[in-house]
Design a protein around this ligand. Structure first.
Ligand SMILES: O=C(O)C(=O)C[C@]1(C(=O)O)C=C[C@@H](O)C=C1
Length: 276
């Protein structure tokens, strides 16, 4: 039986591309209409993994997904970075002059702001995800509508690319997390990154004391995100990603951090995705 991976969106979306990049193409991707649905399927044992976007280099963190990580507490077992390349696509035979409407995922639209501003003749509408907009153009045979989507979606839904690489910033990356409820035995020597959450007191220097523990052990902090603790004023959960070269440095830093934090949780230890 092939590995089942829940993705937000339909086949041909960046989530599917991220799943293929991490697992290879011999998997079965399971389409979900929301990130919450992907987590529910994992909880019910209907899939083996979830692929979840967590941040984009232009749009920033996907904050609601931090709440899902907090609520479902699935271990993070890996990460994938994708170079996001966006194309304008339409039915075969349709030319740019025929296009009146453009559809895509709101984040993808945001990433193509310059192109859309330079072409005010197009009426822009939001879709559930990039590939769903390509699927709709194809299924409804919309001759006046183009989708902004990845190349994979053009291939899958039989569309032709009218304009290539219309994203404003060509250095456009999205980071995805790989979640599961049955963590694999990782070869400890290879693991070099972790996602951790904790709370600190609301006092002078309490967060900097924790961060110093990492710095003193030569541990690189690659991301920090805070989320309010539900129902508690001025109290936050901090989510940090850390990277290391020497496992002993990481172990020592964690021993120190434990002395200065509450609700400390290692959400996952995994291999950093170096190749983008
Ligand atoms: O619409 C898609 O194809 C998605 O996979 C969603 C998504 C996102 O959630 O940010 C993924 C990567 C890109 O940044 C744009 C959209």
């Amino acid at each position: 039986m092939s590995t089942k991976v829940a993705i937000q969106g339909v086949k041909g979306s960046f989530h599917e591309e991220a799943a293929y990049k991490y697992f290879g193409e011999a998997i079965e991707t399971v389409e979900c209409e929301s990130f919450k649905k992907t987590c529910e399927l994992l909880k019910q044992g209907k899939v083996d993994y979830v692929v979840m976007a967590i941040e984009n280099s232009i749009a920033g963190s996907l904050i609601p997904n931090y709440a899902l990580l907090r609520d479902y507490r699935f271990p993070i077992v890996g990460e994938v970075y994708l170079h996001i390349k966006l194309h304008l696509m339409a039915l075969p035979g349709v030319s740019l002059q025929d296009i009146k409407f453009i559809q895509s995922h709101p984040i993808a639209l945001q990433q193509c702001n310059d192109y859309l501003e330079e072409n005010p003749q197009f009426k822009v509408t939001e879709a559930e995800d990039t590939a769903a907009s390509a699927q709709r153009v194809s299924e409804l045979q919309l001759k006046d509508t183009a989708a902004i989507a990845p190349q994979l979606a053009a291939k899958l839904y039989g569309l032709e690319i009218l304009e290539r690489r219309i994203e404003t910033n060509k250095k456009n990356y999205t980071r995805f997390l790989i979640l599961t409820d049955k963590p694999e035995e990782k070869v400890k020597a290879k693991v070099n990154k972790a996602s951790i959450s904790f709370q600190t007191g609301n006092g002078v220097g309490s967060l900097s004391t924790v961060l110093r523990c990492f710095a003193e052990q030569n541990i690189n902090l690659s991301k920090i995100q805070s989320m309010p603790v539900l129902g508690k004023r001025n109290e936050y959960d901090f989510y940090v990603d850390v990277e290391w070269k020497d496992q002993a440095d990481y172990d020592a830093a964690i021993r120190q951090v434990l002395k200065h934090t509450n609700n400390f949780n290692i959400m996952g230890e995994y291999v950093k995705n170096e190749k983008v």
